[in-house]
Design a binder for this molecule. Structure first.
Ligand code: KG4
Ligand code: ZN
Length: 331
C-alpha cells in the first residue's frame, strides 16, 4: 500500500511516499529555516505563504523521486494537529482536495504520533515489540509516552514549562546564536568542555515530568554576569549536557519504573548525537534495546506521517473529509 504523507505544521513543507509502512520511496523536505532565521524564529504568516508556494512542487518532486503518478497512491495521510494553524491548513486543504479528486481514503495525523512512528521506519519489527517507551523531544513538546499497541498511548511524563527543543532554542538566542538554536548549540558543543559551567538539572523528585525554564533563567543570569570568562563552546557544551542529563535520567527512571525494555526516541532534539550516545549508554547499562531514527527522520518530515497513516488504516476506518485542523490538542 502506497501512502502519500503530507507535513506542513511548522516551517518544513514535506511530502513523502511510503510503501507498506516501511519502505520510503520519496521523502522531500523543503525547509524554510533560512527564511525565518532573520527574524530569530518562525513567523507564522510567512510560513503559511511559503507552504502555499511550495506545496504542489514538493508533491510533484515526491512523485518524480518515487517514479510514481497520483494513480499509484492508495491513501493520503496529513498532519492536522497541533501546529501553526495557517501552516496546517495548507497541507490539510491540499490533502482533502487530493482525496476528493482521486477518491482516496484520508487520515488526519497528530504530529507527535507521526514522530513516534518514525521509529517504525528505523525498526519495522517494533510492531511486534509492544509495550514501548518513547521519549518525544521536539521544539514544542517533551514527553515520555508508553505505547501499548498501535494508537494506544499513555502519557507518563511531560514538561511542566519549556520543551527540550525550546530550552536549546531560547538559550541559543541568549547566546546570540542564529536560529534554529538546537543544531547551532550542538555544533559549538562539539569543541567545548561540558563540565565547565554547572547549569541546573531539575529532577522533580521521582516524577517523570520535566522542567527546563530554570535552565533558561540560569543561562540568562550567566550571560549577564560570568560569560566573559567562559568560551562559547564551553557554555554550549555545558548547556547541552544539562538538557541531555535530565532526558537520560528520566528515561532510565521510566524504564525502571515500568519494566519496559524497548526504548525509542523521536523529535528534532533526538537528532542530537550526544543525546543519542547518552541514551545508548544508559540503555546498555539497563539491559534495554534502544531505537532512534536517522537524524533526518527525527526532525519534521512527511515519511513519519505516512507511516502513522499506514498503521492507522490497518486497524481503523479513514476520516471523513470534514475533519478539523487544530492548533493544539492532546495526543
Ligand atoms: O521535531 P522538530 O523538527 O519540530 C517540532 O515538532 O518542533 O523539532 C525541532 C526542535 C528545535 O527546537 C530544534 O532546535 C531542535 O529540534 N533540534 C536540535 C537539533 N536539531 C534540531 N536540538 C538539539 N540538537 C540538535 N542537533
Ligand atoms: Zn516535529
Amino acid at each position: 500500500m502506497n501512502i502519500l504523507g503530507i507535513e506542513t505544521s511548522c516551517d518544513e513543507t514535506s511530502v513523502a511516499i511510503v510503501t507498506d509502512g516501511r519502505e520510503i520511496r520519496a521523502n522531500i523536505i523543503a525547509s524554510q529555516a533560512d527564511l525565518h532565521a532573520r527574524y530569530g524564529g518562525v513567523v507564522p504568516e510567512v510560513a503559511s505563504r511559503k507552504h502555499v508556494e511550495r506545496m504542489l512542487p514538493v508533491a510533484q518532486d515526491a512523485l518524480d523521486a518515487a517514479g510514481m503518478r497520483y494513480s499509484d497512491i492508495d491513501a493520503i495521510a496529513v498532519t492536522n494537529r497541533p501546529g501553526l494553524l495557517g501552516a496546517l491548513l495548507v497541507g490539510v486543504s491540499y490533502a482533502k482536495a487530493l482525496a476528493y479528486a482521486l477518491h482516496l481514503p484520508i487520515i488526519g495525523i497528530h504530529h507527535l504520533e507521526g514522530h513516534v512512528y518514525s521509529n517504525f521506519l528505523a525498526a519495522p519489527d517494533l510492531a511486534c515489540s509492544f509495550p514501548l517507551l518513547v521519549l518525544i523531544v521536539s521544539g514544542g513538546h517533551t514527553q515520555i509516552v508508553r505505547m501499548d499497541g498501535h494508537g494506544q498511548y499513555a502519557l507518563l511524563g511531560r514538561t511542566r514549562d519549556d520543551a527540550a527543543g525550546e530550552a536549546f532554542d531560547k538559550s541559543a538566542r541568549l547566546l546570540n546564536l542564529p536560529y534554529p538554536g538546537g543544531p547551532n548549540v550542538a555544533r559549538l558543543a562539539e569543541q567545548g568542555n561540558s563540565a565547565r559551567v554547572a547549569f541546573p538539572r531539575a529532577l522533580l523528585g521521582d516524577s517523570m515530568d520535566f522542567s527546563f525554564s530554570g535552565l533558561k533563567t540560569s543561562v540568562r543570569t550567566f550571560v549577564g554576569k560570568d560569560a566573559g570568562q567562559t568560551s562559547l563552546p564551553d557554555i554550549a557544551a555545558s548547556l547541552q549536557a544539562a538538557i541531555i542529563d535530565v532526558l537520560t535520567l528520566k528515561m532510565r527512571r521510566a524504564a525502571r519504573q515500568t519494566g519496559i525494555r524497548t526504548l525509542c526516541a523521536a523529535g528534532g532534539v533526538a537528532s542530537n548525537l550526544s543525546l543519542t550516545a547518552s541514551l545508548q549508554a544508559m540503555a546498555e547499562e539497563e539491559g534495554c534495546r534502544l531505537v532512534i531514527p536517522d537524524p533526518v527522520l527525527c526532525t519534521d518530515n512527511a515519511a513519519m506521517i505516512a507511516v502513522a497513516g499506514y498503521y492507522r488504516l490497518l486497524t481503523n476506518p479513514s476520516d471523513a473529509l470534514s475533519f478539523d485542523t487544530l492548533a493544539t490538542s492532546p495526543m
